[in-house]
Design a protein around this ligand. Sequence first.
Ligand code: GUN
Length: 293
Amino acid sequence: MQLIDGKAVAAHIKAEIAANVQQLVRDGGRPPCLAAVLVGHDGASETYVAGKVRTCAELGFRSSLIRFDSNVSESELLECIDRLNNDGGIDGFIVQLPLPKHISEAKILEAIDYRKDVDGFHPVNIGRMAAGLPCFLPATPAGVLELLTYYNIETSGKHCVVIGRSRIVGKPIAMLMMQKAYPGDCTVTVCHSRSNNLREMCLSADIIIVALGVPHFLKDDMVKPGAVVIDVGLTRLPSSVTATGYKLAGDVDFSRVAPLCSYITPVPGGVGPMTIVSLMKNTWKAAARTIYP
Ligand code: GUN
C-alpha cells in the first residue's frame, strides 16, 4: 500500500507557483490578487478561508478578505460581486460556501464573472469543462487529478466509482474521470445516498473517490484488493483530546481499508492540501492572462 502524500505534492506545486509569480512580476505583471467573500462565522469556513489567505501570502499573491454578517441580504452580496467583477486589481475571487439559507447560492455563483471564477463553479466554467474546453476547473476535483498524475496512477479503462453527486466535487470529478485524457478514460459510475447496490458497485471499482461527507462511510468489505481510494471527506468530529476541540475525519474507515489498497489518501494530508493549491493555480492563470495572452 502506498500512501498518497497530498501535503508533499502540494508543497512541490506551491514552489512551482511561487516561482511562476516571480517570473510574472519580472515580465512586467503584478502579483496575482485573490479576493475571498466570507458570510457569517461558520468554524470550518473560517478555517478554509484563513488557509487560502495564508497560502496567498506564502506564494507572493495579494489577497483581500471581505466579510459579511450572516444576516446580509442577497442584494448586498450581489452588489459586492458586481464590485469585484469590475475591480481591475482583482484577478479572481471566491464566495465561500455554504451560504445562509436565505441566500440563493445558484444566483450568487451565476453573478460572478466567469473569467474571475477561480472556484470553477460558474455554469460557463462547468459547461466548458463538460465540453473539454479550457476553463477554471473546480479546485478539489483538480487536486484529485493532480494527485493521480503525480503518482502516475493508471486510469485508462478502469472502473471508477464516485460516491457523492455534489456540484463541487461528485459531479465534476465524475465528468473529469471519464474525459478522453489522462487522468481519465475511466468507466465511471456515480453512486449517492439513494443508490441501492452501492456495496456491489464499490466492490467492482478499481478507483473509488468518496465525497459524501459521512465519516468512515467506506468500509473494508466495500473495497476490492488493489483498489485506489481517494478520500475527499472532511468532517469535524468533537474531540476532548485536541486543543481545537475537534478532529478531522474522512469518509473512509482508513485503518481497515488502507491495507487493502494499492494507493490511498489519508485525512488530513491527502486531498485537502491540494484543494488550496488548485485554487492558487487558477488565480495565477487568471493573473497571467493579462501578461501572456
Ligand atoms: N466550501 C467547501 N469547499 C469550497 C470551495 O472549494 N470553494 C468555496 N467557495 N466554498 C467551499
